[in-house]
Design a protein around this ligand. Sequence first.
Ligand code: ADP
Ligand code: MG
Length: 446
Amino acid sequence: MTATTQQLKWQDFLEFIQDKCSRAEYQNWFVPIKCIEEREDLVVLEVPNIFVREYLLDNYKNELSDFLPKDVKGLPNIEFILREEQEVPKAPIEAKPPEKPAQEDEKILHLNHLYTFQNFIEGPSNQFVKSAALGVASHPGKSYNPLFIHGGVGLGKTHLLHGIGHYILSQNKKLKVSCITTEGFINDLVSHLKSKSLDKMKRHYRSLDVLLVDDIQFLQNRMNFEEEFCNTFEALINKNKQIVITSDKPPSQLKLSERLIARMEWGLVANIGTPDLETRVAILQHKAEQKGIKIPSRVAFFIAEHIYNNVRQLEGAINRLSAYCRMMQQEVTEEVAEETLSEMFEKAPQNTVTVDGILDSVSSMYNVKVSELKGTSRQKNIAFPRQVAMYLAKEMMNDSLNSVASSFGGKTHSTVLHAWKKVSKQVETDETLKRQILMTKRNLEA
Ligand code: ADP
Ligand code: MG
């Protein structure tokens, strides 16, 4: 085969994949890959960093095998070359002293000493962004660049940003790291403009190895400052210096120039979501421990069930509760928590609850299959969860008993009524059941 026909394998793969993923994903992950050589039995790909290789193999192994040559195990036979291995390392443009001056310490950097990776509790809502942050911190400038972290208020964006700063400095004190808020950048710019020392500021920012920028949304509607920020951004990225940005929205929703938005989408855009109940409890307990407060786990659950959109508020709740208990010399109990915190508790939006939703929640809570809940088995470990599901359906839905009953695989309305009575009675005395039902209700309403 000629070289041109051979190149088609990779081209075919790209065309196929282009339809399967979003434009941003394609731009970020596939466009930077260069196919250097295609042989009958092997394809050589040049990738900008190991993350691209891992991403490709993690997510598209089957598709790669369909299009590219395979090895004996049927896996895609690809040789990866890292771009930086090929390039002659670039000499720094500015004349630098052989040893960089020792990094200012973390205090001068305005890093909160508590915002470390160790203090960041992981859960399904933040695992991805945490590992991206760790990836960036372990190989600044060599993995995702920029890393763009977005999410709602109080979900740990600043914490992770500082975590990256701490980690990088713990690995290499000589790297020049700067952590700024967007307001800080603007203030800096204003004062340098006033004192006609913009060059000095430019030199400072462009000499950094790592720039951590918090809350980029504050750059919206600040046209004059946006351009300078964008120039700084490009200057650093072009030198493979790491940039991490946080924001309350993804780049595409920010009112910023197309140029800057496109730059911010160059690397990895990662969302930090609201933590689930277990993670919130773990965060609460961790924070309580840090403050030297003991919170019984049922109280932690109680608080986490009622405050679920904002981790900062969870912390506020602990502070308030512990202050109250200390002052009143009371023990930390659910009742006291309810009394002191009720105004902080969030009201769940009224979502429509369906039988399917209830069956799913109960099935995962009791580890039984939905088909078993709908079935007729009288085994206690199946019959009881079924009754709980029926109880929830009667409590939470406006449907008639008959319609609820038929959604349970064609039961009669008296079966549902019997289940509801039984569970209602038991819930009055059985604390575990009460908690399980409360948790399921929360999940269904969230
Ligand atoms: P954001 O910048 O997203 O508004 P912050 O980073 O300021 O939020 O976080 C608010 C508070 O919640 C901080 O005290 C932070 O330590 C804490 N926090 C948020 N997420 C976590 C987490 N996963 N583990 C531990 N603490 C967290
Ligand atoms: Mg913040």
